[in-house]
Design a protein around this ligand. Structure first.
Ligand code: TXE
Length: 480
């Protein structure tokens, strides 16, 4: 049984409580490793290590930080297959997805910010004949990074990379549902020569280890990705302590399909945007709005293709839909399918538990579901399900599509399919979202601002937004 260890002050060690939590393999439903049950004592030790490491790390120069982070990125690439298999074992996602998305993106995250810091300049303001102002963007000090279970190493590195590149020291906590790749990553950091205490990983439960990070007085900023309700809890703790907060929360994203769309590309991409990672991506388009003239044609083609998606053992090359992340999560999604029926919806396909042969028979599998016949205001269309479930609704006009799309409390991502670029641009201007994809989905340039509005969070990650989040600007005014 693998015992995952915390990574504090450059060493791998158990929680001071010496307690462990069971870590399940969702594809088999069996416990396969143990997680340190850390608490405030472990966070205190991590903060002490970070405090000791900060002076050197924050002043070693961007070239040195680039060199070490670039080495970490190289090692992720060299260990791609081991990390991909570990990610699929820990999260249940298909190995094809871990290989194509999760681990390559983790490497890209580290490399992107290792190089971005080399070009992170700041501004100066000239008061003619009098003075010059220049702006220093200095590291905050010790920062917290807390990440979710759906894209484990991908989102873990997405947060810690800009924090490290800007010279901060980090106390990071991955989700207790999917801790394995963060643990393997900590070993890569040692091999890459990351100085002790620069990055500290404290494993454990959110309300215990996570809460201890958020409330620690020496942790001056927290970058969080997770559920909207958890985001509210963090904000309540951090706000009175005047900490900088970046909150990437839930989504209930609209996918708007006009009759003039490139039909084949729209339907092929909608299969992905609906069910990639079993719909466990906050950017998935879970509400599909289809202009009435093509509603039935699009619906029937989408159902036909979704029915053919292979659900099962995530380690088979042709599996598209692996297991959901936990038994509890599958129960939650099944609950929403019952609710959809109670609210008057018709399930056109999927929504059934699947039991593959052999050792995978106890895994948490669920066939992807498509529902029609629901009003926009019902709970199924208002609440984040975060599973392989989408709803279809027809619309008649651009104005109606916009009203339906904006008619939820979330505002993270959106997708618009039309050949009419004027119409697409008009809608992009009015849609309440932080991200708008037109005739594509999940096309990601790491320089772009990433995040949402309304209940989808506060702040933006990505590119210079992330580097600015993890630094404090100081204006220096020098009189001639
Ligand atoms: O979130 P949780 P999950 C959202 C997605 C979904 C959720 C799924 O939409 O709603 O995340 O991730 C820790 N104090 N996004 O279920 O439960 C917890 O241990 C401190 C949006 O994991 O909120 C875990 O490490 N920490 C996103 C992390 O918070 C606490 C993309 C998230 O846990 C805590 C991906 C507490 N009191 C998923 N309670 C986007 N917008 O980009 C829990 N945690």
């Amino acid at each position: 049984m693998i015992k995952i260890a915390n990574y504090i002050n450059g060493e791998h060690l158990p929680a001071q409580s010496e307690n462990y939590l069971d870590n399940y393999d969702p594809s088999t439903g069996k416990v396969y490793s143990l997680i340190p049950e850390s608490d405030a004592l472990d966070v205190e030790a991590a903060v002490a290590a970070a405090k000791k490491a900060f002076p050197k790390w924050s002043s070693c120069g961007v070239e040195e930080r680039y060199r070490i982070m670039n080495r970490i990125a190289d090692l992720i690439g060299e260990n791609m297959e081991e990390l991909a298999r570990a990610e699929s074992r820990d999260s249940g996602k298909a190995i094809s997805l871990s290989r194509a998305v999760d681990i390559p993106r983790a490497e890209s995250n580290i490399r992107f910010f290792a190089t971005a810091i080399l070009h992170f300049g700041s501004e100066s303001y000239h008061m003619e004949g009098l003075a010059v102002n220049y702006v220093l963007r200095q590291p905050i000090g010790i920062v917290g990074c807390i990440s979710p279970w759906n894209l484990p190493l991908y989102l873990f590195t997405w947060k810690i990379a800009p924090a490290l590149a800007t010279g901060n020291c980090v106390i990071a906590k991955p989700s207790e549902m999917t801790p394995m790749t963060a643990y393997l990553f900590s070993k890569i950091c040692v091999e890459a020569g990351l100085p002790p205490g620069v990055l500290n990983i404290v494993h454990g439960l959110g309300p215990k280890a996570g809460q201890a990070i958020v409330e620690h007085p020496k942790i001056k900023a927290v970058s969080f990705t997770g559920g909207t309700n958890t985001g509210k809890i963090l904000a309540r703790t951090a706000a009175p302590m005047f900490k900088k907060l970046s909150l990437e929360l839930g989504g209930k994203n609209p996918n708007i399909i006009f009759a003039d769309c490139d039909f084949e590309r729209a339907v092929r991409t909608t299969v992905r945007s609906s069910f990639a990672n079993n719909g466990q991506i906050c950017l998935c388009g879970s509400r599909v709005y289809i202009e009435r003239p093509i509603y039935e044609k699009f619906r029937d083609e989408l159902v036909k293709r979704v029915k053919s998606l292979k659900v099962g053992n995530p380690f088979e090359e042709d599996t598209v839909q692996g297991a959901l992340v936990s038994k509890q999560h599958r129960e939650k999604v099944l609950g929403y399918l019952e609710l959809a029926k109670e609210e008057g919806g018709s399930i056109l396909c999927g929504g059934e538990t699947v039991s593959p042969d052999g050792e995978y028979s106890e895994g948490y599998y669920l066939s992807p579901a498509i529902i029609e016949g629901l009003p926009n205001a019902c709970r199924t269309n208002q609440e984040e399900i975060f599973g392989p479930v989408v709803t279809l609704q027809p619309f008649d006009t651009e104005e109606e599509a916009l009203e339906l799309a904006n008619g939820v409390q979330y505002g993270l991502a959106s997708t618009i399919w039309t050949q009419d670029i004027q119409r697409a641009s008009r809608m992009a201007e009015k849609i309440e979202a932080g991200i708008v994809w037109i005739n594509c989905w999940l096309l990601r340039d790491l320089r772009t601002p990433f995040g949402g509005v309304k209940d989808s969070g506060v702040g933006r990650e990505g590119g210079m937004e992330a580097l600015r989040f993890f630094t404090e600007p100081k204006n220096v005014c020098v009189r001639y």
